[in-house]
Structures are given as structure tokens and as C-alpha cells.
Write a protein that binds this ligand. Structure first.
Ligand SMILES: Nc1ncnc2c1ncn2[C@@H]1O[C@H](COP(=O)(O)OP(=O)(O)OP(=O)(O)O)[C@@H](O)[C@H]1O
Length: 591
């Protein structure tokens, strides 16, 4: 009796569904997304019936691997189902479907499967719609990143179509998900990847990937934010790099961009640069989120990586960079035994040089005061510092710098250490000496809104030379960009002087702001912005010395000797974009 019962139950058991079997989709069901239907019908061989019930033979796609598929049945063409649907429009469609299946002669169990399947299918689709919205949002962010990339790298940057072909070939996730699902050591990610149990058969141990073994290195404590870089640069995991670049927790919360932005602002105000890195990585790889939910540690502890010999040292002559880094590494002092040069606390003051500029009138307008970060505001600013009568006109086109106001000892200022001392030009090389440092400026490398950047070699007696870029801001030219010609011409009047005083304060405030922002960047080891090495001034110019970068991003990308991968560029672009979007807030806390 029991045996007969078992045989009967076995008979009732549904047949294992076959991926080649057709799927019944009901286009009248509001829970079935029309997009999917359209895609399926467009890409598959199918017979559509007038009622909207269609039978589609769908080739499995990468998305289907994570989709739960309802049990499948074959619906013969010209089935009476449409008629039944038409007459029973008041009955819930799933029940109608159940009845229809029975009418068509299906076993009750299969009909029931269809009924249940419909429920599962619709509830799954609801969650999948969320995924799709998320995906759309991520795509939008990707588009923004792509726009940033194009802004940085110009039109030479591959379009999004090229991106897809490089980064996401047809079905890159399929073997990966299979591996994860079948690998017992990684079985724990499976539930998060929505892979139904047994979807890929019994889980089997995979052979280890064929990679060069890593030399055994002492484990080091790598901050979370760098994990992504190490993982991708690690030869043992290089095969995972195109798909697996997710730092720990990056997707714990999937943040929309606005939240990312405010989180970045918060991290910035706390000086947490590692946090910003993490957020940037989240942004850069968010498009992978729906498919990539691999918890940290899934691939064992990360190891530091010795850079390939082909990676050239970036800037410091005679020095190699210790690890393969994408962003701005902290600038090492040329000689670790020598304590870094003290950077002046305040920017040098704003004055007028004894130099000829056609647009500057000869009326005496002689500021004698050095502007500092703690300068009093305009109301308390001593108006007598413009010693209109005291100026001596050295020549027809310019004004001379007056001596410092009595009581103001320039030598006492922090900037005094680094003050310009010698300035000679020989054989097209400009020699500068500022404190213990000597600089040889050989050529200009760029021009910005406020000054010119020179390439130079910086040296001090007790340390090896280093490449530096020196931004030279000419005082007079700089000030003339703050005060209009008309305002400068009015300086003989009291009102005109007031305006100029205001302009002078604004200009000094800008220099002070630039200076304090740079100091903060330097002392906080900012990940994306270059630190200040030295800062000094003379009566003509302000000098800001920083590390010299022989390549800009565009050149770096096209450098064939040490090419950047698309994901690295993507990360850099995300960092730029995120940083740019919150720099306004950052600068208000910087200055
Ligand atoms: N550290 C550096 N190493 C190499 N080249 C540099 C460096 N800094 C600047 N340059 C070059 O000099 C150009 C001008 O730089 P600068 O910082 O003056 O630009 P900017 O930000 O437009 O100026 P500003 O800050 O006055 O608005 C850059 O476009 C770049 O080509």
C-alpha cells in the first residue's frame, strides 16, 4: 500500500524544468514588466497570440542566471486559453491560468505549479524592479563618470560603448557566479547573489586558478580603502580584477549619489581621506553592485605587491616608489634623516614690486603691510598704510615697494626663513635661493589663472636634489586681476583708495586662502591633491614649490610603458568627480 502511495507521489512530482522549455508569460498581468516582455519577444522565437498570452523560447542570458524561472509548460498553438481569459476577466488571472491549464489537460500538479509560479514570479519581479531602478541610477552615475573621464582625457577617451566592450564583455558574470556558487569555500556569498540552491548542480571544489604564486610576505595592515587597489594589483587575484574590485563594505549600503556626496563632505570635514577613497570606490564600481556582492575576506588576506620593474618612479629623482600606487602617494622628504623644512605658517604679504607693467598707473599707491591670515578685517585696517606721499616713483611705468611699516618686522614672520635671497639668471637657468633651499628653474611647464608653473630642481646642501614644480604668482599682475583699470585710475581719490584697499584685502584673502588650503592638504597627506614643499616670496613674486609631476592624467593614460587599466581610470575619475562635487564644502573648512 505504502509502495503504491509512493509510486503515486513520484508520478505527481513535477519534471525538472528544462532551460530549453518555453516560458509562459502573461502580458496582461500588471506584475509582468513590459520591458522584459519586449526584450524577450524581440530576442526569441515565439508565437504570440491575440489575447496577449505568448509562448516564448528564450535563450538563457546572464540575467536569467539570477532570475528564478517559473516551471515551464508547453502551450500548444491555438489554445483556447485566450477565450477563457476573455470570459473570466473578473476572476484573478492566476486562478484563470490554473483553470486554463486544467482545461488544457495538464496534470493538476503542473497546473498548481503554474499557479504558485505565477505568485513567485510576480513577487520576484517586484524585487527585480527595485534592482532595475538601482541599475538605472547606477547607469546615470556611470554616465556622469564617463563625462568626467571625457573632460579629463578629452575626446580620446573611449565612449560608453567602448567601455562596455572593454569592461563588460558579453556575459562576464556568468562563469564568475557559477564559480562562486559551486565553490564550497565561497558558498556563503551565494545567498546574496540570489542563486537558487542547486541551480548549478552540486557544489564542487574548483581547481585553484592558474596563477603565479605570490612570494610570502609579512602581512601588513592595509586600510580598507586601499584594499581595492591591492586586490587588483595582486597577481594572485589578477584574474578577478576585471570583475572583483570591491573594497570591504563598499556596498554594505548602496548610497545614492547625493548621500555619497554628503558622506564625502562629512569625511572631508573630519579629514578622513581613507573614507573618501572608499566612497569614491563605491561610486566607481557601483555599476557592478547588483552582481557583485562579495564580502571582504572572500579571497583571503590581501598581500602587498611589489611593483613591476616597468613602473617608473614618479617624480623624485633617484627614488623609486615603494608600491604601485594610482593616486598621489605621500611625498617623501628627499632625506629621511633631515627633518622636513618648516613651511611658513602664513603666506607672504601682498605688495607691489618695482617692476614695469603697462596697465598700472604711476600714481603713488604703496601698500606697506604684509597681509597675514590673521589680518584684521577692512573696518580695522589701518588706512594710513597707503602712504600716498611717501612713494618714490622709480620710473615712469611702475611703483616702488616701500619699506615695511614701522613696527612690522618682516624677519619675525614665519615666512622670513624662506625669503628670497638671491635671484640670478645664467644660461637660461633662473637660480633662486630661499633659506636653505636653492632652486634652479629651467623651463615653464604650464600657466594657470594666476601664475606660471616652472620646472626646477630643488636642492639643499644636506639633501639630494629633487624635481619640483614652482608656481610663481607675480604680485603686481595678480593684484591687477583683482582691481580693474578704472579702479586703479581712481586711486588718487579717497573713494578710489577705499575701493583699492578693499581689492587688496580680497586679493590678500585669496592668497591666504590658497595658502592655508595647501597647508592643510600637506599636513593631512591628502590623497588627491599635491602637497606643498616650500613657500616663499620676494618683492616681485610669491613662490609655491610642490612635487613635479612629469605626466598629467591624459599622458599617464596614454603611457604605453605603464598603462592604466580602465577600472583604474574609472576610480581616478570617480575620485575627481566626488572630490570636485564636495570641494566647495571642503574649502570652507580648509580656509
Ligand atoms: N606639480 C605640477 N607638476 C607638473 N606640472 C604642473 C604642476 N602644477 C601645475 N602644473 C602645470 O601648470 C599648469 C597650471 O597650473 P596651475 O596650478 O597654475 O593652474 P590653475 O589651477 O588653473 O591656476 P590657479 O590656481 O592660478 O587658478 C597646469 O595645467 C599643469 O600643466
Amino acid at each position: 500500500m505504502i509502495k503504491r502511495l509512493l509510486r503515486f507521489i513520484r508520478k505527481l512530482k513535477p519534471k525538472k524544468h528544462d532551460k530549453d522549455h518555453p516560458v509562459i508569460v502573461d502580458s496582461t498581468d500588471p506584475n509582468v514588466p513590459q520591458v522584459n516582455l519586449a526584450e524577450q519577444t524581440a530576442t526569441s522565437d515565439h508565437a504570440t497570440e491575440p489575447s496577449g498570452s505568448s509562448v516564448a523560447t528564450v535563450a538563457p542570458t546572464s540575467t536569467e542566471l539570477v532570475l528564478w524561472r517559473p516551471p515551464t509548460v508547453v502551450v500548444p498553438p491555438f489554445s483556447p486559453a485566450p477565450l477563457i481569459y476573455a470570459f473570466c476577466s473578473r476572476v484573478p488571472p492566476t486562478l484563470v491560468q490554473f483553470a486554463a491549464a486544467l482545461t488544457l489537460g495538464f496534470l493538476p500538479t503542473i497546473a498548481a505549479q503554474l499557479f504558485l509560479g505565477q505568485h513567485f514570479f510576480s513577487s520576484f519581479l517586484r524585487s527585480s524592479r527595485l534592482e532595475r531602478d538601482l541599475m538605472l541610477q547606477r547607469l546615470q552615475e556611470s554616465a556622469n563618470i564617463a563625462a568626467t573621464l571625457r573632460r579629463i582625457f578629452g575626446e580620446g577617451f573611449p565612449s560608453s560603448q567602448d567601455n562596455n566592450t572593454h569592461e563588460e564583455p558579453d556575459h562576464p558574470a556568468v562563469p564568475e557566479i557559477r564559480h562562486l556558487a559551486t565553490d564550497p569555500t565561497l558558498a556563503h556569498p551565494a545567498p546574496m547573489q540570489k542563486i537558487p540552491s542547486g541551480a548549478y548542480g552540486p557544489r564542487q571544489l574548483l581547481a585553484p586558478p592558474n596563477v603565479v604564486p605570490m612570494p610570502q610576505l609579512a602581512p601588513i595592515n592595509i586600510p580598507e580603502a586601499q584594499e581595492i587597489r591591492y586586490l587588483a594589483a595582486d597577481p594572485a587575484f589578477a584574474h578577478l580584477a576585471p570583475m572583483q574590485k570591491i573594497p570591504h563594505g563598499a556596498y554594505a549600503q548602496r548610497l545614492p549619489f547625493a548621500s555619497l556626496q554628503s558622506a564625502a563632505k562629512q569625511q572631508t570635514s573630519q579629514g578622513n581621506t581613507a573614507g573618501i577613497h572608499c566612497l569614491a570606490a563605491d561610486l566607481a564600481f557601483a555599476h557592478l553592485a547588483p552582481r557583485q556582492k562579495i564580502p571582504s575576506g572572500a579571497y583571503g588576506p590581501r598581500q602587498p605587491v611589489i611593483p613591476p620593474a616597468s613602473v617608473p618612479p614618479l617624480a623624485w629623482s633617484g627614488k623609486t616608489v615603494g608600491t604601485f600606487e594610482i593616486g598621489t602617494p605621500p611625498v617623501p622628504h628627499p632625506d629621511p634623516c633631515v627633518s622636513p623644512k618648516k613651511i611658513p605658517r602664513y603666506p607672504p604679504g601682498l605688495g607691489f614690486p618695482n617692476e614695469q607693467f603697462a596697465n598700472i598707473p604711476t600714481t603713488p599707491f604703496i601698500p606697506t603691510h604684509l597681509l597675514c591670515a590673521n589680518e584684521p578685517g577692512p573696518a580695522q585696517f589701518p588706512s594710513d598704510r597707503f602712504a600716498s606721499g611717501a612713494a618714490t616713483r622709480g620710473h615712469s611705468g611702475g611703483v616702488e615697494l616701500e619699506k615695511c611699516a614701522p613696527g612690522y618686522d618682516y624677519e619675525d614672520a614665519d615666512a622670513a626663513d624662506a625669503r628670497y635671497e638671491k635671484y640670478t639668471i645664467s644660461a637660461n637657468v633662473i637660480n633662486l635661493q630661499a633659506g636653505m633651499y636653492k632652486y634652479k628653474l629651467t623651463r615653464t611647464v604650464g600657466r594657470g589663472a594666476n601664475g606660471t608653473v616652472w620646472l626646477g630642481e630643488g636642492a639643499r646642501d644636506d639633501a639630494p636634489p629633487m624635481d619640483v614644480a614652482i608656481k610663481v604668482i607675480n604680485r603686481k599682475r595678480f593684484f591687477s586681476t583683482w582691481a580693474s583699470d578704472k579702479e586703479l585710475r581712481q586711486m588718487s581719490t579717497k573713494e578710489g583708495m577705499k575701493i583699492l584697499e578693499q581689492r587688496l584685502l580680497e586679493a590678500g584673502g585669496w592668497i591666504s586662502g590658497e595658502f592655508s588650503a595647501w597647508l592643510r592638504i600637506t599636513f593631512e597627506n591628502h590623497p588627491f591633491l599635491t602637497p606643498l614643499i616650500d613657500c616663499f616670496s620676494d618683492k616681485n613674486n610669491f613662490y609655491f614649490a610642490m612635487r613635479y609631476y612629469p605626466e598629467n592624467l591624459r599622458l599617464r593614460v596614454s603611457n604605453k610603458a605603464c598603462p592604466l587599466q580602465l577600472w583604474q581610470i574609472r576610480l581616478i575619475a570617480a575620485e575627481c568627480w566626488l572630490w570636485r562635487s564636495c570641494i566647495a564644502c571642503a574649502s570652507c573648512t580648509m580656509t
